[in-house]
Design a protein around this ligand. Sequence first.
Ligand code: PMP
Length: 363
Amino acid sequence: MKRPYNFSAGPATLPPEVLEQAAAEMLDWHGSGMGVMEMSHRGREFTSIRDQAEADLRELMAVPAHFKVLFMQGGGLAQNAIVPMNLSRGGAADFVVTGSWSQKSHKEAKRYCTAHVAASNDADRHTRIPAPESWKLDAKAAYVHLCTNETIHGVEFQSLPDLKALGSDAALVIDCSSHIATRPIDWSRVGLAFAGAQKNIGPSGVTIVFVREDLLGHALPVCPSVFDYKVVADNDSMLNTPPTYAIYIAGLVFQWLKRQGGIAAMEQRNVTKAQLVYDYVDTSGYYRNEVDKSCRSRMNIPFFLPDDKLNDAFLAGAKERGLLQLKGHKSVGGMRASLYNAMPLAGAQALVDYMREFAARHG
Ligand code: PMP
């Protein structure tokens, strides 16, 4: 079956092989007589699914042994509260604001700690990343929060800052919700990373947290037990019923990623796909992307037509050609193409072909 190409920013397209396997196993997982949704989370079957998912993720992302991998609920937005409740000790934290998601993280953290903005690209309408040397870091901050891929503005950190070299002892916290598993992570620079699953990993409902062990055990008294990283870690993410089906699909995606050659191979493909679209946008003389070239996202490409009045015609024509969910976020306008791991090169090519055709007709 030929499916349309789905450019949604999330929940987003998944590999057809994964969906087909899930469909085949829907009524009877591995001869157990049960579907995964129907299994006790404490039974042998589901425990093996969970353990395999964690082992595959650790292998794929080369997660060091001194990091815990947690499967939580509440999405990225819940982490905006959970991180300060666990890491701030009620003191200070720094935020580098590079777009809507880091802005939201800062706002929420203010409820739990003294949250400073160490740098912001607000004046540049979120189109560039302030140089780390210019960040005004607070010597007393327990952590520094970044969103390493701003899904709405299409701004991505191409490398992680070395906080030590910037004179800070704070832990680096990264919200990598929209580019997890699309490029390697330099764990030597990270204290905690979190990501909702619904872009590159699977369905919404599970949030993955990687946390360095020395950061555990400092939750504020107000922190709910299910959100206390130490409690979650001590219970292997099974203090209460985890989002079992979401974890199962994530596990199938991890196995798919291994069959694709792992994260380094995915990264190469992601570079190629993004380059194809940016090169066309930049040379088209018709479309435009406003993000500085040094920090353009490989995952989320916002682009604009010369006249917003053409947006509806563009989207309607795209849909007719099997190119779905290209409408930009309402706060930015225009279009946005999300090119997550499961988007094949042929999808990016089909988009560029259509963009060229549309520009020729309306240019
Ligand atoms: N952070 C980033 C970078 C995101 O893209 C999103 C969702 N689009 C969130 C946080 C919020 O995630 P959730 O909707 O799962 O709470």
